[in-house]
Design a binder for this molecule. Structure first.
Ligand code: B12
Ligand code: SF4
Ligand code: SF4
Length: 322
C-alpha cells in the first residue's frame, strides 16, 4: 500500500443514527427506509477530504512523510486495523463498535512513514448478547462475526444488480437502500448523544421518504433527487427495483397506479419484473380477478423472458391466494 509504511492511523467518522425506532421502520406505511449513513452526502468524498487535512496537520507536527489515505478505496482490512488501534472491537454483526460511540461511525485510514506510538488493542464487549443475530430479517448473520453477504439486505439493495431472489423479497420489508437493523438493536447504540457535527449533512427528505414519489422518478429526476448522495451510485434501475419490493411489502393500495405504469412501460426489464411482483403482493385480497386479467394481457406483449416468467408465477400465486 505504501513503501516503508510505519504507522496506520485508523479513524472513525460519526454520523447521526436513525431518527426512528425499529418498530417505526416496519410500520412506516407507504414509506421506504434508507440507511442512516446515506441520508446525506457520500462519505467517501467527505472522509477523504478530512483525512487529507489530517495528513497535512501531521506533516506540520512531525515533518514531511509519505502518506496515503483510504476510505473503502482499496482492499484494506479496516475492521482489523480499527481493532488493533483501539478504535473498537468487531461485534457479532461484524461491524466495529466502541463503548462510548456505539457503531454509528465509518472507518478510514491514513498510512504514513512516520513512526507514531501505537494505542492498545480494543477489547471485546459483546458478552453473551446475540441481539443482532436474532433480529436480522434475512438471517444473514449465519454465526457470530460471519455475515453471508448474499443474504444481507445491504448487499442485495446496494451492490447486487440483478433480480432479487423471490424468497428474499418479502423479508426485505421497506428497506430501499442498505439496512441498519443489526445496529439499531445493539445495546451499545442505545441512548447515545448525537455527534457534535455530522459532516455528512443528512437531509430530512431521505428520512423515511414516500414511496409514491420515488416510484415516479425517471433517470434525470433520480439523479437530481440524489445529487451528491451515495444512493445515486446504484443508479435508477436498482433503486426503483428496491422501491418496487418495498411497495409490494407495504400493503399500500395507493401505489398500484404507479406500479402498473412501471410494469407495463418501464424500459428496464428488472424494474418491470419487480413491479409485477409488487402488483401480485398488493392484489391478493382486493382486485385479484381484475389484476390477473390485466397481467395476462401484459404477458402477451412482454418481450423479456424473465418478466414473462415473473408474470406466470404472480398469476399462479394470486390464484392460490383467492
Ligand atoms: C464487503 C463489505 C460489505 C459487504 C459484506 C459485509 C460483511 N459483514 O462481510 C456488505 C455489502 C454486505 C456490507 C454491508 C454493510 N456495511 Co460494509 N463493508 C464492506 C467492506 C468494503 C469490506 C469488508 C470485507 O469484506 N473485508 C475483508 C474481510 C476479509 O475482512 P473482515 O470482514 O474485517 O474480516 C477479518 C476479521 O473480521 C476476521 N474474520 C472475519 N470473518 C471471520 C470469521 C471467523 C470464523 C474468524 C475466526 C475470523 C473472521 O478475519 C478477517 C481478516 O482479518 C468494508 C470496508 C473495508 N475495506 O473493510 C465495508 C464496511 C465494513 N461496511 C460498513 C458499513 C457501514 C456497512 C453497513 C452497516 C451499511 C448499511 N447500513 O447497509 C452494512 C452492515 C452489514 C453487516 N452486518 O456487516 C462500514 C462499517 C463501519 C463500522 N463501524 O464497522 C465499513 C468499514 C465501510 C467504512 N469504510 O466505513 N459491507
Ligand atoms: S444489515 Fe440487515 S440484513 Fe445485513 S446483517 Fe445487518 S440486519 Fe442482517
Ligand atoms: S447486538 Fe449484541 S452481539 Fe451484536 S454487536 Fe451489539 S453487543 Fe455485540
Amino acid at each position: 500500500m505504501l513503501d516503508e509504511v510505519r504507522t496506520v492511523v485508523s479513524v472513525g467518522m460519526r454520523y447521526s443514527p436513525p431518527a426512528y425506532a425499529l418498530d417505526e421502520v416496519n410500520a412506516a406505511q407507504g414509506r421506504g427506509v434508507i440507511s442512516a449513513y446515506a441520508h446525506g452526502d457520500d462519505y467517501h468524498d467527505i472522509m477523504k477530504a478530512r483525512l487529507e487535512a489530517l495528513a497535512r496537520e501531521l506533516d506540520q507536527l512531525l515533518g514531511r512523510h509519505d502518506q496515503r489515505v483510504y476510505v473503502d478505496t482499496a482492499p484494506v482490512l479496516e475492521h482489523a486495523l480499527a481493532e488493533d488501534s483501539g478504535l473498537g472491537w468487531q461485534g457479532k454483526h461484524s461491524l466495529t463498535l466502541n463503548r462510548q460511540l456505539g457503531s454509528w461511525f465509518l472507518l478510514g485510514e491514513l498510512f504514513t512513514t512516520a513512526d507514531i506510538k501505537e494505542d492498545d488493542k480494543a477489547s471485546f464487549h459483546c458478552g453473551t448478547c446475540s441481539a443482532c443475530i436474532d433480529i436480522c430479517p434475512t438471517r444473514a448473520i449465519v454465526a457470530p462475526f460471519v455475515v453471508d453477504a448474499r443474504l444481507c439486505i445491504s448487499y442485495l439493495s446496494i451492490e447486487y444488480k440483478g433480480s432479487v431472489p423471490r424468497r428474499l423479497r418479502p423479508l426485505i420489508g421497506n428497506r430501499i437502500y442498505g439496512c441498519d437493523d443489526c445496529q439499531m438493536v445493539c445495546p451499545w447504540n442505545g441512548g447515545l448523544p448525537p455527534p457534535v457535527s455530522d459532516f455528512l449533512s443528512p437531509r430530512g427528505e431521505n428520512c423515511l421518504p414516500e414511496l409514491a414519489s420515488l416510484l415516479l422518478l425517471d433517470d434525470a429526476a433520480f439523479r437530481s433527487r440524489f445529487v451528491k448522495s451515495p444512493v445515486k451510485r446504484i443508479g435508477r434501475e436498482r433503486f426503483i427495483r428496491n422501491c418496487c419490493i418495498a411497495a409490494g411489502n407495504n400493503g399500500e393500495q395507493s401505489l398500484l397506479t404507479a406500479l402498473w405504469s412501471l410494469a407495463m412501460q418501464d424500459d428496464s426489464a428488472i424494474v418491470r419484473e419487480h413491479a409485477v411482483w409488487a402488483l401480485g403482493m398488493l392484489s391478493r385480497a382486493e382486485n385479484s380477478h381484475a389484476a390477473m386479467q390485466r397481467l395476462s394481457v401484459m404477458q402477451g406483449s412482454e418481450t423479456d423472458a424473465n418478466v414473462r416468467e415473473e408474470i406466470s408465477l404472480t398469476i399462479k400465486e394470486i390464484k392460490e391466494s383467492i
